[in-house]
Design a protein around this ligand. Structure first.
Ligand code: SAM
Length: 292
């Protein structure tokens, strides 16, 4: 029998000597990195259906130079709750690129479609050449067209994905702000009915390009036409439901800096509201859907 060198009597290991590396407990959903085991750490993630933001975030690449952009806090909330790191957000109305900027800030990727070439050119300046290859792909095109959908598919493939993991839709609110005089522009429709039909085409492309089980967000406000409310929000929401999206949340968000309710014209609008029986819009909707 071979002899053991030195003290052959093995001492029992004390508990303190053992380096126990305790793995943190993690439980997430398939679509988010939120650790449900530590759900109390996420007090900043909003779960209420009423969102009040005192001001627009202007730091971290965001600015307010584009009339009609959404506030970055919406992207922050949506991405944290409904996406994972490295996921691809598809924005079919890219505008000044809020979705893309926040994707970079939060380690997500983004594909954006925007109709106006000059806007695509200026928004591209907000990203580095490398980011424009690996993280943010901007397509100049008409989101209602099959051609744009094909281009999105091609970009997804280049980025190593078959489908997007989140869909952002922030269309024009009918003709409240005219973004261009192009006939493909949703803000340039001949009627509100035509606006709904064009919106539905975009939402259908979005549905087809989104991964199953993933989420979509529609940001939209209503309008007044001929002394009557046009319920753009509810109608667009319903069109999405008819396409197969499952409605998960209806959020009402306050609008800060609505000139119709503030400043010099405030009294005029108040008078008109009192005389005409309507309310001054100070809210918009954020609808959240899931693709089953
Ligand atoms: C409400 S803005 C979106 C703003 C954007 N979310 C942001 O934060 O900057 C709507 C945008 O949709 C664009 N648009 C309108 N019709 C379009 C179409 N058919 N295809 C693609 N973009 C379109 C407009 O040019 C405008 O920039």
């Amino acid at each position: 029998m071979p002899k053991l060198a030195g003290n052959t009597k093995l001492k029992p290991t004390k508990k303190a000597d053992l380096q126990v590396v305790k793995q943190p407990e993690v439980k997430t959903t398939k679509y988010s990195d939120i650790n449900l085991k530590r759900w109390k750490d996420y007090a900043h993630v909003l779960t209420s259906s009423l969102w009040l933001f005192p001001s627009r975030l202007k730091e971290h690449g965001h600015s307010n130079e584009y009339h009609g952009n959404y506030i970055p806090q919406i992207a922050q909330q949506m991405y944290e709750r409904y996406t994972k790191k490295n996921d691809i957000v598809l924005d079919m109305f890219f505008g000044s690129g809020t979705s893309g900027i926040e994707a970079i800030n939060m380690n997500r990727r983004c594909i954006g479609v925007e109709l106006k070439q000059d806007l695509v050119d200026s928004v591209s300046q907000k990203f580095t050449s490398k980011q424009l290859v690996t993280d943010v792909n901007i397509i100049c095109g008409d989101s209602t067209s099959d051609e744009a959908a094909e281009k999105v598919k091609a970009r997804l493939e280049i980025m190593g994905e078959e489908k997007a993991q989140f869909l952002m839709l922030h269309p024009p609110y009918d003709d409240i702000i005219r973004f261009s005089d192009k006939k493909e522009d949703l803000s340039n429709c001949e009627s509100t009915e035509e606006f709904y039909d064009m919106f539905e085409k975009v939402a259908k492309h979005g549905y087809d390009l989104l991964e199953r089980g993933r989420f979509a967000c529609l940001i939209i406000g209503d309008s007044y036409k001929n002394s009557e409310v046009q319920p753009l929000g509810f109608e667009c929401m319903n069109r999405m439901r008819k396409l197969g999206f499952v409605l998960k949340s209806t959020i009402v968000k306050d609008i800060q800096g609505n000139e119709r309710g503030k400043g010099r014209t405030a009294n005029l609008w108040r008078y008109r509201a009192l005389a005409g029986g309507f309310s001054i819009f100070n809210h918009e909707y954020i609808f959240v859907f899931q693709k089953p």
